[in-house]
Write a protein that binds this ligand. Sequence first.
Ligand code: FAD
Length: 474
Amino acid sequence: MTPPLTVVWFRRDLRVADNPALAAACKRGGPVIALYIHDEQGFFAPGGAQKWFLHHALKSLEASLCAHNIKLVLRNGAETDVITKLARESGATAIYWNRRYVADDITTDRVIKASLKEAGVETGSFNAALIREPWEIETQSGGPYRVFTPFWKSLKILGPSRREIGAPNALPAISANQLKTDRLDDWRLLPSKPNWAKEFPEVWQPGESGASDSLTLFLSNAVNRYGEDRNRPAIRGTSRLSPHLALGTISPLQIWNFTQRAIAAQEIPEGEALKFLSEIAWREFAYHLLYHNPMMPTEPLRPAFKNFPWRDDRKAFVAWTRGETGVPIVDAGMRELWRTGWMHNRVRMIAASFLVKNLLLPWQWGERWFWDTLVDADPANNAANWQWVAGCGADAAPYFRIFNPVSQGEKFDPEGDYVRAFAPELAALPNKFIHAPWKAAALTSEGYPWPIVELDQTRKRALASYEATKLAVL
Ligand code: FAD
């Protein structure tokens, strides 16, 4: 009798280690086929920068799976159609996957599950993306959390809901099956004309070994000063694990356990390491919010914001996207994003605050731009953070907190190294003027734009708009 074939449907979990769906499939004892579906449609189809990372992560996954005698089948199209067709073609008796939390994805998975069941195909879904499922953490009164600190307290007490699992043993080789696969290159995930990602390989090493190297590097050095250095964009003070977490080339549980082991062995300072784990918990919190508020990516969590008087100024938006606002720290951040597909967290907050408060443009515009340009674009993290900055989220920044990009720059980039790295037109300016070149008398910043808005005046305008809509009482 032929042993039963299992298909593992990979999504944002592009790894072989600590992959519960893959482990369960291998445990069934028969041959395993891996499937990845590329669907260009949909609000959360990978954006331009993430496609670059995805291409390389899939290449790396293919090689790892091949070493386990598992073939990776690539298919393009609508998920429901592809799965139904592949189930038929392969004769699989089971299809397994790891869970996802965007409302539309949950619906798709339910529909697919029901139709496979009807066709007599077993399904299995697992948690691979979170330390705890969003429904496993509740307030004392039984509902979801809306504030981070008690959520984090609760997560620390509960800890992970499952044990980490290693990569499965290699399966017995199966004769090359006849299942057709697309060619990855035909998906054109990499930019070509122009190749705007030419600097990405200097910054990123997509795939499981790249993720594990980043974690090891971070825990061997930067974690020691994480609390302080994480706010300094000019230095490598953070882990840069976000694109890996976004596409699942590492799991949060692997990060959690590795860090906890290093704490227990007294290899790293506990306080700094816990601060790092609390950021991993912010990611968990974002997923908790997304699961319990399915409209979070497009609609404000605070309903009063639905009528907020956002402006409709495309010209200002384009200047922001290009890093041509005339405000150095904002422009440096937007150009870092363009060149590397990533932006430092402190600068993301400043650039986002400038968009929604000084320019008074809708946070949804910023969310979409980040979605297309970040290698770490993540449905939960991106939306939760944009709502946080705009003041319309769950545990949001108070409406009256409007980052002053000049003082933020002076505080977190005091020597101007970050600005000089990404806005070379300003390189010759003395430190005194690097964050406010308009104050310099001599024309040492030739080619750099004059600010597109006046900071004080637009700050007042934002405050007035927030107050006028009576959001102050929310
Ligand atoms: P580290 O400081 O090393 O943190 C480790 C991990 O913790 C990160 O990889 C990330 O998964 C998580 N984390 C850190 N900060 C946050 C946070 N504020 N919220 C949620 N999780 C966090 N992060 C994304 O992963 N994808 C996004 O699309 C995204 N969009 C953002 C949009 C805005 C407007 C802002 C202000 C922040 C956004 N962030 C997003 C959060 C944060 O900026 C990045 O996670 C962080 O900069 C990634 O760098 P790192 O891996 O070196 O972080």
